[in-house]
Design a protein around this ligand. Structure first.
Ligand code: NDP
Length: 334
């Protein structure tokens, strides 16, 4: 559960694991389903939901004392809904708990490729995968041969963006916060180049070194100083897919970005997007991504911790950079 609303940096103490009785049967006459949760996902936007917003945010605030909710992979154990039966594997929003009653099962997705690792449905075959896919193809509108920069490049979303860029025939460079991650980008995900931004005191200069001809597409995951350094390095007519700005989520005051005038002078298009508005594409995406995975055109790295007690510390890793790949938590083995 969330213990209290959070201001500034998230700490483990803002969350608590408590015992409560689970409901295992669907109430008579209801269209709800009851699921057993197998894996739950840690995602950066959960931090936003832990702040109390005077003006409603793009997702509802969590309520202190209530169970945290996020994407997970679950097995239906009882169902009052005609589209779901006991034994079905699903992914979607569920509770950070062992069993959850889902009152709006229409929000769940069926899992059509159980032959692939089920954990992938918190990542490459789930919400982060669809985010990478729509952010790259729908928002960035890439062309073969273009120069692509991805920040937070080894994470749940970034590692997929880089691989989709390579499939498209782009030149792609990623930034990440450790040498281990940089090595993954170059050796496992096929980025053309990569660098550790923590070892580059002059980020704008570093980007000039990696992109002497400039950047056509910036896949923005970080915001703040990174965005400021990217803007002067963009090429005329470049696109910025504003996916997230994780460097800002724990700040009480967001950082100022000074270089925005380059959007005018370089004819840039910077477009934000929320994956929630692209769910109608999900099953098409699932089919295509499952093929890429089976053909080994896309590979995926996960950071899996065991047990609900580890969930608070796992969520924190996203903000310290201690996760290597998609962060998720095993609640139960099938
Ligand atoms: P990741 O798996 O990439 O984990 C977060 C990573 O961000 C960390 O590992 C760390 O990597 C990096 N990071 C954390 N703090 C900072 C900082 N202050 N400066 C620079 N880097 C930092 O997370 P996701 O792939 O799940 O999410 C990536 C982005 O995509 C986030 O901004 C998220 O909000 C956004 N998102 C947006 C969606 C949408 O619909 N628009 C949907 C899903 C995600 P490192 O070690 O490299 O610093």
């Amino acid at each position: 559960i969330l213990k209290r609303y959070v201001t500034g940096a998230l700490s483990e103490d803002d969350m608590e694991v408590v015992m409560a009785e689970a409901t295992l049967d669907v109430p008579i006459g209801s269209k709800a389903v009851v699921v057993k949760n197998l894996y739950v996902s840690c995602d950066p936007y959960m931090r936003n939901r832990m702040t109390h917003h005077e003006v409603p945010s793009y997702v509802p605030d969590f309520v202190p004392g209530e169970v945290l909710a996020n994407f997970g992979v679950s097995k239906v154990i009882s169902s009052g809904h005609p589209d779901f039966k006991a034994g079905d594997l699903v992914w979607g929003i569920t509770g950070w708990e062992e069993y959850t009653v889902i009152n709006n099962p229409e929000s769940l997705f069926h899992i059509n490729h159980p032959e692939l690792p089920l954990t992938y449905y918190t990542g490459v075959l789930g919400m982060p995968g669809l985010t990478a896919y729509v952010g790259f193809f729908e928002v960035s509108k890439p062309k073969k041969g273009e120069y692509v920069f991805v920040s937070a490049a080894s994470g749940a979303v970034g590692q997929i963006v880089g691989q989709l860029a390579k499939i498209t025939g782009c030149y792609v460079v990623g930034s990440a916060g450790s040498d281990e991650k940089v090595n993954l980008l170059k050796t496992k995900f096929g980025f053309d180049d990569a660098f550790n931004y923590k070892e580059e005191p002059n980020l704008e200069g570093a980007l000039r070194r990696f992109f002497p001809k400039g950047i056509d597409i910036y896949f923005e995951n970080v915001g703040g100083k990174t965005l400021d350094a990217v803007l002067p390095n963009m090429r005329l007519g470049g696109r910025i897919a504003a996916c997230g700005m994780i460097s800002q989520y724990n700040l009480e005051q967001p950082e100022r970005v000074g270089n925005l005038f380059y959007i005018v002078t370089k004819h840039l298009r910077m477009e934000g997007f929320l994956v929630f508005n692209y769910y109608d594409m999900y099953y098409r995406f699932e089919k295509e991504m499952a093929e890429y995975l089976k053909e080994r055109k896309v590979t995926y790295v996960e950071d899996i911790v065991e047990g609900i007690d580890s969930a608070p510390s796992a969520l924190l890793k996203l903000f310290t950079g201690h996760n290597v790949g998609k962060q998720l938590v095993t609640i139960a083995h099938e």
